[in-house]
Structures are given as C-alpha cells and as structure tokens.
Design a protein around this ligand. Structure first.
Ligand SMILES: C[S@@+](CC[C@H](N)C(=O)[O-])C[C@H]1O[C@@H](n2cnc3c(N)ncnc32)[C@H](O)[C@@H]1O
Length: 338
C-alpha cells in the first residue's frame, strides 16, 4: 500500500500529523534538541512509513527487525508471523527496498538479525515464561511448528543468510558479516542438547560499491564484544545495546549526519544518534513503544518542532560532510595520491 502524500508536503505545524490515504495511517512527530539536532518519529508500518521520506538522504541505517516467529508484539500488521520463511524474507525486502531508496548513495546499512529453529512438532514450543513477548510460543502453533518442511526437525533455518542472499539479489553489496558476541547472553532453557546461542549477525550492506566509512572509529574488527543491556527501555525485551548503535553510527556518518531505523522499538537508535550529535528518524508500528520514546525525549528536554524542519534538515548534507574522514572522497587508496 502506498501513501498518496509525502512527508515533505505535510503542514508546517508542530502538532502530530496523521496522514490520510490508503495506509494504516502513519503518524509523524518531530523534536529538536537545544543544539538544533532533530529526531523524527513515525508510528506506522515500516514500508509505508518509509515511503513518506525523501530519497538519498540517510548516511546510515541501523536496525533489528522482528525475528521470524520469535516474539509477539501484540498487534495486527507486525512482521515476523508469516506462513513461510520466503514470505517473511519478502516482507523484509519490501521494507529494505525503501531503506535503499532513502539511503544516501554512499550510505551504509547495518542489519542485526537472528535465526529461528524449525521444530515441526505440530505443538506449541515451550519457552521462557519470564519473557512476556515470548509467552505466546507456549500456546500458539507457529509456522515453524507445523510439520512437512523440507528440512529435518530441530534444524536451525539459516534465516540471516537467506535474508543476506535476498539483499544481494536486490543489488545490495554485502561488505561484512559482523559477529555481535553478546558476552552476557541468556541461558536458553529449551536448549538441552546444543550450545546456547551467544552471538548474532550484524550484516553490513552498502548501496554502492564505493561508499563512506570512517575506519578510525572502528573499535574492533568483525567480532564485536558488546554485552546485552539488562535495563529495559519501554519494557522492550528485544532491544539492542546503545553501544552497538553507537558503533554503527560513528563509522558510517559524520557529526550532524542523518540516521534511520525502520524498526526502532524502544528507541535505542534514536537515543544513540542524539547522544552522538546526529539527526535521526525512527519508525515503529507499536503505539506503546512510540509513546514511550516520546516521553523519554520530552523528559530529556527536547522540544516539538514542525515536521518540515526535520525534512529540511535531512534534505541537506551535514556541514561536516566535506571534511569528514569517512567521506569516500577523503579516502586515500594505497599507492595512489588522493
Ligand atoms: C527487534 S525489535 C527492535 C528493537 C530495537 N532495536 C531496540 O533497540 O529497541 C522490532 C520492532 O519492530 C516493530 N515492528 C514489528 N512489525 C512492524 C512493522 N510492520 N512496521 C514497523 N515496525 C514493526 C516491533 O514493534 C518492534 O518494536
């Protein structure tokens, strides 16, 4: 579905704007810091919401989508509950095509994604009763519980790589499969006959072969040791750590650059971008999570600003862009003069 109005055409007032059209009505709201950085929040389905944003603007996108049949966010339209892996991958591609369109030609996309096991038992799967968003696994027969798949029961499906290959097929360049070593990962109560999963992938994709990247900001190479943050923002128990977002933002955008997260959840990417002096847009379909991010931004002293001010800001490159070490024009290829 497609909106017939673009964000750039929205009224220039600071009240929340609800877009009319065919959509599940994405709602936009923008905030500004004292220093003039802007944060935009869109409550709505990721693909339709991103369609409202201009092309070629974000330096970096960082996100973690809903994993396949791992949680229930409790509303219609959520991703992750498709009947087949192919349908799930296809849904993600619809969103990531929009990420690609809105990403700057030299932009970088960091995608954190985890796997799921095929149970094939025809029964709901026992799970951690302490985690509310995973409790549904105890009652509901998920697509991965249904028998008849063409892989043996108890197999890891390999979803991250299926997604990565689909991205390549759509023209993304896969530059790195960073291992996020979640040093303090949880015990998995149902994994009695295999190692607990301690790491996840963060795929690094680029829109073009030549792109911007500030290597001096890399703290580790392709194994990132970052503990899970136990304190939960917005009662969200699938958030990634601030440090993870910070690393992605710092290597792939200048100060004053523009950051996007199409599944922003508890707002980690928003808070990390603002803390690191960048502008940011976050999308989520959960009205509860968006409300909680708004409360946090207000409590942090941000002020309402018209959506047009967000559009104007992201419509122009950061003033640091030309001199930024990560700008590809400032790279020096070995053996070649700049
Ligand atoms: C893994 S969580 C993201 C967590 C986030 N990185 C953080 O640090 O809090 C995935 C998010 O996707 C949202 N979501 C699910 N389906 C969506 C859809 N169709 N459009 C937009 N957001 C969706 C969920 O509400 C959830 O907050």
């Amino acid at each position: 579905m497609r909106s017939n109005i673009t964000a750039l055409e929205l009224n220039d007032d600071s009240s929340e704007v609800e877009l009319s059209g065919l959509l599940p009505e994405p709602k936009c709201k923008a905030y500004t810091t004292e220093e003039g950085r802007v944060a935009g929040l869109i409550e709505g389905d990721a693909a339709s919401s991103l369609r409202m944003l201009p092309s070629d603007v974000f330096n970096v996108a960082v996100t973690s989508p809903p994993y396949y049949w791992v949680r229930d966010y409790g509303y219609d339209g959520q991703l992750g509950h498709e009947d087949s892996v192919d349908a799930y991958v296809e849904q993600l591609m619809t969103v990531f095509d929009e990420v690609k369109r809105t990403l700057h030609p030299e932009g970088v996309f960091f995608l954190n994604i985890g796997d799921t096991y095929y149970s094939g038992n025809g029964q709901p799967h026992g799970s951690d009763p302490r985690c509310a968003s995973r409790n549904f696994l105890r009652k509901k027969v998920r697509a991965v519980d249904v028998s008849g798949w063409d892989i043996p029961k108890k197999s890891m499906i390999g979803i991250p790589w299926k997604v990565a290959f689909a991205m390549q097929a759509r023209g993304w360049t896969l530059r790195s499969n960073i291992i996020w070593n979640r040093c303090n990962a949880f015990v998995e109560p149902t994994a009695r006959d295999r190692p607990y999963r301690q790491y996840e992938f963060i795929f690094m994709f680029t829109k073009n072969r030549f792109y911007s990247f500030d290597r001096s900001k890399l703290i580790e190479e392709d194994v990132w040791n970052i503990p899970i943050e136990r304190s939960r923002r917005a009662k969200h128990n699938a958030s990634f750590p601030m440090e993870l977002a910070r690393r992605c933002i710092e290597v792939a955008s200048p100060v004053g650059g523009h950051v996007l997260d199409p599944f922003v959840g508890s707002g980690t990417t928003i808070l990390s971008a603002l803390a690191n002096d960048r502008n940011v847009v976050g999308v989520d379909m959960s009205n509860e999570y968006i409300r909680s991010i708004k409360e946090t931004l207000k409590a942090d002293g941000l002020q309402d600003t018209p959506w047009s001010s967000l559009s104007n800001t992201i419509g122009q490159s950061s003033t640091e862009w030309d001199n930024w070490a990560g700008n590809r024009l400032n790279f020096r290829k070995p053996g070649k003069a700049k």
